[in-house]
Design a protein around this ligand. Structure first.
Ligand SMILES: [Mg+2]
Length: 372
C-alpha cells in the first residue's frame, strides 16, 4: 500500500436536524450531532464521519469523547506524516478502544487513498457489485396499527426487507399481526439486548414460527456465551450487532456458534479495514454479513455503501435513502432507493460524493484546522 503525506486536517462539528424526532430508551433526539473530518494530501481531500452519539448509551463513546481523542491523539499521529489507512491503525493501536474515533480518521484515509489512486473506493477494497440490497428499520410505534401502517408505507416506497425493533411485551403478538397482513415479506427483528436468557427463553423460542431472516442481538452485548446457548435452542439464526466490537470478538462469536449472521457497522468497529477483517472471518466460517446503519449523513452512508459491495454481504443492509432520515443531506446528490430495493455505489474516485458546502456551513457549530 502506497503511503501519502498528510498536509492538513479539518474537523467540523455539525448539527443536522432529523426529519422526524428519533426516540430511544434514553429520550428523544431531534438533531444529529456529529464530527465530519477532512484530511488533505496535496490536492486531494478524504472525508470521514463519526458515528458516536451524544450520550454514552449505545456505546461508551460520545461525540465529546471522540472529539477529544481525535484532537489530542489521532490528528497528531498523522499530521505531516507519511501514512496509509493500515499503518494509521497500527500507529494508534496503543490507544485502548475508542474505535468510533479511530474509524472517523481511518475511513477518511481510505477515501483519500482511493482518491489519490483515482479509483472508486469500492473497487480499491475489492467490491464485487455496483448495487447493494437495502432495507428499512422501523422503530417501536405507539400502537400495532401504527406499525402495520408504517410497514405498508415502506413497502409502497419499494423497500424489500423490513426490520422491526422488539422488546418484551412488543414481540410475539406484534409479529403474529404482521405475518397476518404480510405473510411473505422479508422480515427480521432487532431486540437491542432487551431480553434475558433465563427469563425470556419461551418468548425467544416462540419467534421461530415467524420465518424471520434472523433475530438480532437478543441478549446483552457482552454475552457471547448466552447467545451461543440460545442458538442451540432456535432454528432461526442469531445475528450479533452490538456484541461485535472488533474482529477478535467476531472470531470468538464465530468459534462458539454465537452468531450465524453478523451486522457490520464500520463506524463502530474501527473502520473499513476492521470491517473487511470481520467480513472475511465470517465468510471463512460460512456466516453471511450485512451492513448496519447509525443514522449516518451522506458521508458515512457513502462509505457504508462502498463496503457493502464486498462478496459476503448477503442480506439487505440498514442503508435507507437519505430522505428517510433528513429533509436535506449534507451531500450534493443524496442517496436514493432504486428499483428492487437497491442502492448504487458511486463510481467517481473515493466514496464519490461531494459535500454541499453552502448548506453544510449553516450546520457547523465548531470548526478546527490543523496544518503543517
Ligand atoms: Mg441492531
Amino acid at each position: 500500500m502506497e503511503k501519502f503525506r498528510v498536509d492538513e486536517v479539518r474537523t467540523w462539528r455539525i448539527r443536522l436536524p432529523y426529519r422526524e424526532p428519533f426516540t430511544t430508551s434514553f429520550g428523544t433526539e431531534e438533531v444529529k450531532e456529529t464530527i465530519i473530518i477532512g484530511i488533505r494530501s496535496g490536492d486531494h481531500f478524504g472525508y470521514g464521519e463519526c458515528v458516536a452519539g451524544r450520550h454514552p448509551m449505545y456505546s461508551y463513546e460520545t461525540v465529546d469523547t471522540a472529539s477529544y481523542v481525535i484532537d489530542r491523539y489521532l490528528v497528531p499521529s498523522i499530521l505531516g506524516e507519511e501514512v496509509d489507512p493500515v499503518s494509521f491503525m497500527e500507529t494508534v493501536k496503543w490507544i485502548r478502544g475508542h474505535r468510533m474515533a479511530k474509524a472517523t480518521v481511518e475511513m477518511a484515509l481510505w477515501d483519500l487513498y482511493a482518491k489519490i489512486l483515482g479509483k472508486p473506493l469500492y473497487k480499491v477494497i475489492g467490491g464485487v457489485r455496483e448495487k447493494v440490497d437495502v432495507g428499512v428499520s422501523v422503530g417501536i410505534q405507539r400502537t400495532v396499527d401504527d406499525l402495520i401502517k408504517k410497514i405498508g408505507e415502506y413497502l409502497e416506497m419499494g423497500y424489500g426487507r423490513i426490520k422491526i425493533k422488539i422488546k418484551p411485551g412488543w414481540d410475539v403478538d406484534v409479529l403474529r399481526r404482521i405475518r397476518k397482513e404480510y405473510p411473505d415479506i422479508k422480515l427480521t427483528v432487532d431486540a437491542n439486548s432487551a431480553y434475558d436468557l433465563e427469563k425470556h427463553m419461551s418468548i425467544l423460542k416462540a419467534l421461530d414460527e415467524f420465518n424471520l431472516l434472523y433475530i438480532e442481538q437478543p441478549l446483552a452485548y457482552s454475552d457471547l456465551v448466552g447467545h451461543s446457548k440460545l442458538q442451540k435452542e432456535l432454528s432461526t439464526p442469531v445475528c450479533l450487532d452490538e456484541s461485535i466490537t472488533d474482529s477478535h470478538k467476531a472470531w470468538e462469536a464465530l468459534e462458539i456458534d454465537a452468531a450465524r449472521v453478523i451486522n457490520i457497522k464500520p463506524g463502530r468497529v474501527g473502520g473499513t479495514g476492521e470491517s473487511i477483517k470481520i467480513h472475511d472471518l465470517a465468510e471463512e466460517h460460512g456466516v453471511p454479513v450485512w451492513m448496519g446503519g447509525m443514522l449516518e449523513t451522506g458521508i458515512g452512508r457513502a462509505h457504508n455503501v462502498s463496503i457493502a459491495t464486498l462478496r459476503n454481504f448477503k442480506f439487505p443492509g440498514d442503508i435507507s435513502a437519505s430522505e428517510r432520515y433528513y429533509n436535506r443531506d449534507i451531500i450534493r446528490e443524496p442517496f436514493v432507493l432504486e428499483k428492487e430495493s437497491k442502492m448504487s455505489v458511486r463510481k467517481s474516485p473515493g466514496i464519490g460524493v461531494e459535500i454541499d458546502w453552502e448548506f453544510f456551513s449553516t450546520l457547523v457549530v465548531k470548526e478546527k484546522r490543523y496544518g503543517v
